[in-house]
Design a protein around this ligand. Structure first.
Ligand SMILES: *[C@@H]1O[C@H](CO)[C@@H](O)[C@H](O)[C@H]1NC(C)=O
Ligand SMILES: *[C@@H]1O[C@H](CO)[C@@H](O)[C@H](O)[C@H]1NC(C)=O
Ligand SMILES: *[C@@H]1O[C@H](CO)[C@@H](O)[C@H](O)[C@H]1NC(C)=O
Length: 568
């Protein structure tokens, strides 16, 4: 038996490489069995099945481990087993040359694990699974759910103790997923579009609200070069220095942007309307087809799909394209305008019409008429300007999303959808999501595979980029329906969202039938693979059994590493 090197707290321990190497060779590690506690008997069968398929020999067993507050409901098998390596020598794969072909490496990078523990406030011992996913690009249509024969978990859920170190293991066969041959985000050409956004200098610079990273996704090739899309940024209350700073920041990111100071004495609704003439009179408009107003929390995850969609419309005609709120209550409240957060697209002839009537459209009377009871609304001002001066009416594009959703947005992002826009993902009352991280994986598997779902033989569903969910009682529901994990803004009539989403199936929160790891970060690595980090907290309010007990008492991290095609 190898000696276990235990430090007082490994996460704050020495980073001395010799000590680390010693610890590495002497490591002992633990294998945890399936750690979900469920009241259902069939889960037990699944656990046993998973246990017997483990390829590593279990040499000794440990009674109910010490850090479980309660044992397993049925009290028969052990939730955690101890395994000692027969071969204390590390079998580490050489990763020094990572220029072209990513290699698989299933070691335990304790520095990273400790970083996650701190960042996500995980327990000192938490589950960690690393799974490689091999992309197979094929001439197939995009499926909302792709069923795979393979198991997501080839052996056990492993529990790592951040006070210890472990030697590397052999990686299981990667999960192989068929995906379409959809284009990669870095080849998008957005030169037909000019985008106008109005925000405050403070929101622009605050790391919690700054949209710069998101803009690099949909306005550049990700390598510091513009994709042709032009940004007109109106900053409120910015000094000359602020404008210079903002401009330098956008230039450094490769975003082709012109920045204007907007007049803080204008009502917000008028500032929004003013984006249209500001874009229209910009010299670059002579090469554009579509002028788009958006919010600073509007995200376009699929630029190829967006540009293809707009090739279907006649840009030589005055056109007004957008979407209503998916919440009929919001549409009733604010009227049938294109909701700005989802993106509002006007053709250049339409922008000409708005610019020509700007003075009337922004008059005090017009601003008063745009008050929905919730203050004057820019969206209403724009709609009234168009409707009062033309016969053009809104062209609905349902795949744009305003996302007026509260609470847990999982049911939307886990629906297998390929949205053309996303909005309201920065919290502050609305939902929290990280679309910039969600779309990272598209650089490996193409634009179609963001949020695409893959169901494995052992009842896991990867909603790519958003979550990995496990359904201990099986996928016994219609996965084509949205799960109603979220709520519309009050008043919730129960059917507010049905028109846009179809009736939603009941949420599985608190039923013991679902538990999920949600994506917190993703990164393209030097070798071209993409690492995704999915985190689950044991005391997540959603993952309870009907009796009120936690489905798992242990926090967990799942790391998926997506391998591009062409790997040796
Ligand atoms: C990595 O491998 C490539 C091709 O096999 C080779 O050209 C390159 O020199 C190697 N780089 C290092 C740092 O070994
Ligand atoms: C992008 O599209 C524009 C207009 O459609 C075209 O002129 C330009 O050549 C395209 N750029 C690239 C890099 O394909
Ligand atoms: C702009 O600055 C003024 C004075 O500093 C302040 O009163 C106002 O609230 C600011 N407006 C916005 C939109 O931040």
């Amino acid at each position: 038996m190898g000696a276990t090197i235990t430090r007082k707290n490994r996460c704050f321990g020495t980073r001395n490489p010799l000590a680390r190497a010693l610890a590495f060779t002497c490591g002992v590690f633990f294998l945890g069995a399936f750690l979900f506690r469920s009241e259902a008997a069939d889960v037990r069968t699944a656990i046993l099945k998973t246990a017997t398929s483990a390829k590593d020999a279990v040499t000794s067993q440990r009674p109910l481990n010490s850090y479980y507050s309660e044992g397993l409901g049925d009290g028969d098998d052990t939730p955690m087993e101890k395994w000692e390596s027969a071969d204390p020598e590390p079998t580490k794969t050489d990763v020094t040359n990572s220029s072209r072909t990513p290699s698989m490496e299933c070691g335990y990078d304790m520095d990273r694990l400790c970083d996650w523990q701190k960042k996500y406030q995980l327990q000192p011992k938490f589950e960690y699974v690393k799974r490689y996913v091999q992309v197979s690009r094929q001439n197939i249509p995009r499926k909302s759910m792709t069923k795979l024969q393979q198991q997501f978990l080839p052996d056990f859920m492993k529990v790592v103790d951040t006070k210890k170190t472990y030697h590397a293991e052999e990686c299981p066969e990667p999960l192989t997923v068929p995906v379409t041959m959809s284009p990669f985000p870095n080849t998008a050409n957005a030169s037909d579009f000019m985008f106008g956004v109005s925000t405050t200098y403070q929101r622009f610079t605050d790391p919690r609200t700054s949209p710069v990273k998101e803009w690099t996704y949909w306005l550049t090739d990700g390598q510091g070069t513009s994709n042709g899309g032009k940004l007109i940024l109106m900053l409120i209350n910015a000094s000359d220095d602020d404008l210079e700073h903002a401009s330098a920041k956008l230039r450094a990111a490769g975003i082709d942007a012109d920045i204007f100071r907007s007049n803080p004495s204008m009502p917000m609704a008028v500032r929004y309307l003013t984006l249209v003439p500001t874009m229209y009179y910009h010299p670059a408009t002579s090469t554009k087809r579509w002028l788009v107003t958006a919010d600073d929390d509007t995200f376009f995850p699929s630029m190829h799909a967006l540009t293809e969609q707009f090739e279907q419309y006649d840009h030589t005609q005055p056109m007004y394209i957008g979407t209503l709120s998916e919440d009929t209550q919001q549409t009733a409240r604010h009227g049938p305008s294109a909701f700005g957060g989802a993106g509002v697209f006007v053709s250049v002839p339409m922008a000409h019409l708005i610019a020509s009537n700007y003075d009337t459209c922004r008059s005090d009377a017009a601003v008063r008429a745009a008050d929905s009871g919730w203050g004057p609304q820019g969206d209403i001002l724009l709609r009234r300007c168009i409707y009062d001066h033309s016969d053009v009416r809104l062209t609905l594009l349902h795949s744009l999303w305003q996302l007026d959703l509260y609470g847990d947005p999982s049911g939307f992002y886990e629906s297998g959808i390929k949205p053309l826009s996303l909005h309201h993902y920065r919290g502050g009352g609305w939902h929290v999501a990280h679309p910039w991280h969600y779309t990272k994986v598209a650089s490996v598997c193409g634009e179609d595979c963001t949020l695409q779902r893959f169901q494995t033989g052992d009842n896991f569903v990867v909603a790519n980029g958003f979550s990995v969910a496990y359904y201990p009682r099986g996928i016994d529901f219609d996965a084509n329906q949205f799960e109603r994990t979220f709520a519309p803004a009050p008043e919730d009539k129960g059917w507010n969202l049905d028109y846009a989403m179809g009736p939603q199936r009941p949420a599985l929160q608190g039923t013991g039938r679902k538990i999920s790891w949600d994506l917190q970060e993703a990164a393209v690595q030097a070798d071209g693979s993409v690492s995704q980090v999915y985190v689950r907290k044991h005391d997540d309010w959603r993952w309870k059994n009907p009796g009120g007990s936690w489905m798992s008492d242990v926090d967990g991290v799942m790391e998926l590493v997506w391998l591009p095609e062409g790997r040796e």
